[in-house]
Design a protein around this ligand. Sequence first.
Ligand code: PMP
Length: 360
Amino acid sequence: MNPYWSETVRKLTPYVPGEQPKLANLVKLNTNENPYGPSPRVAQAMAAEMGDRLRLYPDPDSSALKQAIARHHGVGVDQVFVGNGSDEVLAHVFLGLLKHGRPVLFPDITYSFYPVYCGLYDIDYAAIPLTPDFTIRTDDYLDYGSNGGIIFPNPNAPTGRLLPLGEVERLATGNPGSLVVIDEAYVDFGGTPIPTAIPLIERHANLLVVQTLSKSRSLAGLRVGFAIGQKGLIEGLDRVKNSFNSYPLDRLACVGAVAAMEDDEHFEHTRQAVISSREILARNLVELGFEVLPSAANFLFARHPQRDAAQLAQALRAQSIIVRHFRQPRIDQHLRITIGTDAQCVALTTALRDILASSG
Ligand code: PMP
């Protein structure tokens, strides 16, 4: 430990990127990437931006992208904030909107970066237990009392369970003293109509929705995320961004993201493909004896009542198939499996069938 490190840095546990192994020919079902490529229009738009235009700095306001997002979601441009991936957006949300000297509330089983941001920014938090069937019980949050804000992914990660929009609205109404942040990284896989809370924004000044282009738009490599809320909230986020002088999105990310937001056909086609593969994979896993939670995301959360999850993950890894296993109490017997192409899903079920037969 370096003696010059600050107290905050001493307490941090750095993220070890073990989930991005650099091996060829993997069936990579561990980090919820989209198995299909982005819209072909993304590469065309980026190619057109290459060359002389890269000489120029990007638009600090990412106006063209904000306009494309605003158009797609039927909101005003001043209701949109963009960042380098929703992780950066969330970092600004924690610092700019959730730090009030009162604990921020989120589920005990949820996106692992929330406690990390709290550690980084010295924000107190309380982890609210999910119910035994891994759902969020709205009343637990409403009954908690004074808080610095509420945040959770909807659908939740890594469970995939969706909280109905009526409950989201009940939270926003019942918690007027602080912000309710809905992290909708996976919401586009939640069916039709897409169960996004964006239409509720108009009625609730304390509601902020965060989304990403990493999942349903298949652009994890480009790093683009956004938040939508009433104008005052967006102004708060802009203040954080502009005080940091944090980087605006680069020119290639902006034009690529605009092209992705405008290709509704590709978006619909690929999200429906993921949803139908998920339903098939869920049935196949049940046939193999797994208990599978209902999922509204591009992954399944499943456990085998007679098999150790860590050993299953290890046995799959030996066959170059990577799924996610968490060494966390209560979920250490589960696997989180990203929905791949149909061929990848078949490779997974075939491997699991063999593993279960040989160790049974
Ligand atoms: N929120 C949740 C719930 C996630 O699972 C992820 C990515 N794994 C993110 C946000 C961040 O996504 P990105 O930074 O790629 O937009």
